[in-house]
Design a protein around this ligand. Structure first.
Ligand SMILES: *Cc1c(COP(=O)(O)O)cnc(C)c1O
Length: 385
């Protein structure tokens, strides 16, 4: 044990050096060093702070350009974006949706909002995201391809979508996942909330599924206070997404005509202004974080604590960086030592089926998810200016 504490002290010292502070070091703080103030003032001066304004269109264009995805629809937050993306993928009340148990609760909540039930499958140990092998074995055991799609033989329900989540910006094994889901005709909706700026074989995450969703919450790689973006290569789906998230109003000079039960999930122009300024800085953030990641990699080289690196053929955004401890008690000791020293660290999420509202949901063996749940800790990852 003393040997361990010694190692923890060195980690804390290293992080304090890197962030040039002996005080409170947050896990991930946003930074506003570009045009944020200017664009925000512009919305106020123009009075276009709310649902109409040029920054919403501009932010959508910028995200489409960055991700090389045809259509981007700005929404009020990532969770609402996921809910609508699932509906656009055809998810209906009473369906089942495959996802991972090792995720932030919003993934499961968005599935629940559509009236569908999450099915929790294991993650891969290397990506920490949904395992194509787990999906394949689940479908081989329970799946039956019928006319309207794949059904779960045991429950009789339709398996309407598959939602992989790119944990901390590390892409899942997308080629394998896409091929399993194609075989079973199950549309993928990528929860890419954490992976703006992450690529798999040079292609941006969020572009592999029928739809993808990014988040711009306060703790994400770029933030606009709160916001999200639905992305899709399909023009029609993008248009329908815009329509549904803006109260489904039919264009008319003055009459109020609505042709669906729409949602008020639009992103205010005020937030979009902030987002445009942040997106201008994305390249700088990515380089800055990659530099920090390399410093962590060098430091943790050969140590008992393992720094989690991007895999071959992928480029991670290194949004939240993470280390793997030997076991649960080492993890707990590390969390206590670092947080006592005001160096903020946080454990990875509890598995979704441990939460009261998702306890009844189907889950597979979860071998890797349980190991990662017990060992993975996030360490300070802010952009350094
Ligand atoms: C942040 C996040 C979301 C939700 O995004 P919000 O914009 O906060 O609603 C969804 N899924 C994952 C994995 C996230 O990390």
């Amino acid at each position: 044990m003393p040997k361990c504490n010694m190692a923890f002290k060195q980690v804390i010292q290293f992080i304090q050096e890197k962030f040039q502070s002996k005080g409170f070091i947050p896990l991930h703080a946003p930074s506003f060093m570009g045009n944020e103030r200017k664009y925000l003032m512009d919305t106020i001066d123009s009075t276009f702070v709310s649902s109409v304004g040029a920054y919403v269109d501009l932010a959508e264009k910028m995200v489409a350009e960055i991700s090389q995805i045809h259509k981007a629809v700005a929404v009020v937050n990532g969770t609402s974006g996921l809910q609508i993306a699932l509906q656009l993928a055809g998810v209906q009340p009473g369906d089942e949706v495959i996802t991972q148990a090792l995720t932030f609760v919003a993934t499961a909540n968005a599935i629940h909002y559509t009236g569908a039930e999450p099915v929790f499958l294991d993650v891969d140990y290397d990506t920490m995201g949904l395992s194509p092998k787990a999906v394949e074995s689940f479908l081989e055991e329970y799946g039956e391809l019928r006319e309207g799609g794949t059904y779960n033989k045991k429950t009789g329900k339709r398996i309407a979508s598959c939602v992989p989540m790119h944990t901390f910006g590390f892409p899942v094994h997308l080629d394998e996942l896409v091929s399993v889901c194609e075989k079973w005709k199950i549309p993928i909706v990528e929860d890419a909330a954490e992976s703006l700026g992450s690529f798999y074989k040079m292609q941006h995450t969020g572009s592999f599924g029928k739809l993808g969703v990014f988040s711009f919450n306060g703790n994400k790689i770029v933030t606009c206070g709160g916001g999200g973006m639905i992305v899709t290569q399909e023009e029609d789906l993008g248009k329908l997404g815009k329509h549904l998230t803006t109260t489904a109003k039919v264009a008319h000079p003055y009459e109020y005509v609505h042709d669906h039960v729409g949602y008020n999930f639009r992103m205010p122009n005020l937030n979009a202004a902030l987002l445009c300024a942040q997106l201008e800085r994305l390249d700088f953030y990515l380089k800055n974080k990659r530099q920090l990641a390399h410093e962590y990699i060098d430091f943790f080289e050969g140590q008992e604590i393992i720094f989690r690196k991007e895999l071959d053929n992928t480029q991670a955004n290194y949004w939240l960086m993470s280390v793997e401890l030997e076991n649960l008690s080492a993890r707990n000791a590390f969390l206590k030592a670092t947080n006592d020293a005001k160096t903020v660290t946080r454990p990875i999420w509890q598995l979704m089926y441990r939460l009261p509202m998702y306890q009844h949901c189907y889950r597979d063996g979860q071998t890797n998810a349980v190991i990662l749940e017990e060992r993975i800790v996030n360490i300070p990852s802010s952009v350094r200016i």
